[in-house]
Design a protein around this ligand. Structure first.
Ligand code: F0G
Length: 471
């Protein structure tokens, strides 16, 4: 018989099995549709899953953004939201929580990440400017371009190769950055950005060494350095697991160190803050903060609420404390890895290693008979929905492709990926096993999947509203 005294971990190793570190006390039903229904819904949506209703998706992996399940402590905090226009208690709780982790002097709330981007870039960027990052996210790129500047991606070469193993595939190419800064100078480079984790490049982390070096290069050239911090906690966890000298360190401490190298950040609280809405912009520059707040008042709101309700600020404040908890991050990264590993075992090509918030299927390898000009990742996204009501998102030539200005011909994106993004604390491992079965069913009939052509597209961010037909 086991007694407490006999519990010797060498003789009786503890159970090593990661589970959801929460239990469920409120449920939201999900609906299984028939294949015929889904075929009809897809055609009605112009073969674009953005245009399918959420209730018609069984497992919705469109995004991890704003889709988190909030905790009981977050809901409780929301009941204490102070809805005063100016100087609400909620703002001060939010500001203290942000400063406790991010450490910047000025914290400006916004309604979501892209609002922080718009305010930052319209304050700093002018036509002729160029802004480097590892890989800009679509809204980041669009906001830089809307300010007349150019967004430039300088991720390491491994970051563009789906099958190449590297612990920090989100790293910036330091040689390329150095040359870029030398060639353009501070007159043309208003800031250097780094996205942690690198969403558009497979949710891959950036190492602390890389953050430090990017910071050093930016400072050497007198250019401010910003983190796009949406998934900062997941990035910090990868540093803890993969980078020498960080094993066992508290995640909050690692996050603080990451931010200590930056002059500011943009943040979407819809990701690593478990909030359904919200974001913020941080800086250490008092004059810049003043100009940003002037702009904030114009479109977002007064600087102590920034377009959010007081209760949203409280949900973010509590969420930020929860997201740096070890048990949560261990489960989070392990469940993403499990999804990736099961797909890999089935022979399905994914970006390796699996990212923090999502697994990215390599549609070029999955559907080699469909050329990039026929949007293989969009076709695969439709096939996954048709097969089992699983909604992923295309991150390929629909989202990032360009058109040749002279001929109008499509210039494809470097990678054709389908992202399966995992909402935080929402789906169980059993849901993920179902997703694997759906992907395996599409894999078995992959030769039958056909390429697509665009029948309608908007001039900007076309992936949200474009319509397609099968070729
Ligand atoms: N930066 C990154 C790296 C992002 O992933 C996102 C949003 C944003 C900025 C913009 O934040 O949505 O709050 O305005 N990404 C979501 C996604 C939409 O699905 O990856 P937002």
């Amino acid at each position: 018989m086991t007694t407490l005294a006999a519990a010797d971990p060498d003789k009786e190793p503890p159970v090593d099995f990661v589970i959801e570190p929460f239990r469920i006390k409120m449920v939201e039903p999900i609906r299984l549709t028939t294949r015929e229904e889904r075929a009809r819904l897809l055609v009605e949506a112009g073969l674009n899953v953005f245009l399918v209703r959420a209730e018609d998706c069984l497992i919705d992996l469109l995004t991890d953004s704003g889709t988190s399940a909030m905790s009981q402590d977050q809901w409780a905090a929301m009941m204490c939201g102070d809805e005063s226009y100016a100087g609400a208690r909620s703002f001060y709780r939010f500001e203290a929580a942000v400063k406790g982790i991010f450490g910047f002097a000025h914290v400006i709330p916004t309604h979501q990440g892209r609002a922080a981007e718009r305010i930052l870039f319209s304050t700093l960027c002018r036509p002729g400017h160029r802004v480097p990052s590892n890989t800009h996210f679509d809204t980041t790129r669009a906001n830089i371009e809307a300010a007349g500047a150019e967004a430039v991606d300088l991720v390491i070469p491994e970051g563009r190769q789906p099958r190449t193993a590297h612990p920090f595939k989100g790293n910036m190419d330091l040689g390329a950055l150095e040359r870029f800064l030398a060639a353009n100078g501070r007159e043309r480079v208003p800031l250097v950005m780094l996205t942690v984790t690198n969403n558009s490049g497979g949710g891959q982390p950036v190492s602390m060494a890389n953050i430090r070096e990017v910071s050093r290069l930016a400072r050497k050239h007198g250019v401010p350095f910003y983190l796009d911090a949406c998934r900062f906690a997941e990035n910090a966890w990868f540093i803890r697991e993969r980078e020498a000298g960080f094993a066992g360190r508290p995640v909050k401490e690692i996050a603080r160190e990451m931010f200590s190298f930056a002059d500011g950040c943009t943040m979407s609280a819809k990701k690593d803050a478990f909030a359904n809405i919200g974001g913020f912009l941080c800086t250490n520059d008092a004059d810049l903060a003043r100009r940003e707040k002037d702009l904030l008042i114009l479109t977002e709101g007064y600087p102590t609420y920034g377009g959010l309700a007081g209760r949203d600020l409280d949900a973010i404040a509590v969420g930020l404390e929860e997201v740096v908890q070890e048990q949560y991050l261990h489960y989070r990264i392990e469940s993403t890895k499990r999804l990736g590993d099961r797909l890999t075992e089935a022979g399905i090509p994914i970006v390796l290693p699996p990212g923090g918030h999502a697994v990215y299927i390599d549609a070029r390898e999955f559907l080699p008979h469909i050329p990039p000009s026929r949007f293989p990742a969009q076709a695969l996204t439709c096939a996954l929905y048709l097969e089992g009501g699983v909604r992923g998102v295309e991150i390929g030539s629909v989202m990032f492709g360009k058109k040749d200005p002279a001929t109008g011909a499509e210039i494809p994106s470097a990678m054709e990926l389908v992202r399966l993004a995992l909402p935080r604390r929402v789906y169980t491992m059993s849901h993920l096993e179902y997703v694997v079965e759906v992907a395996k069913a599409v894999w078995r009939r992959r030769e039958s999947v056909r390429g697509l052509r665009i029948t309608y597209e908007a001039p900007m961010l076309r992936h949200f509203t474009a319509r397609f037909e099968e070729v």
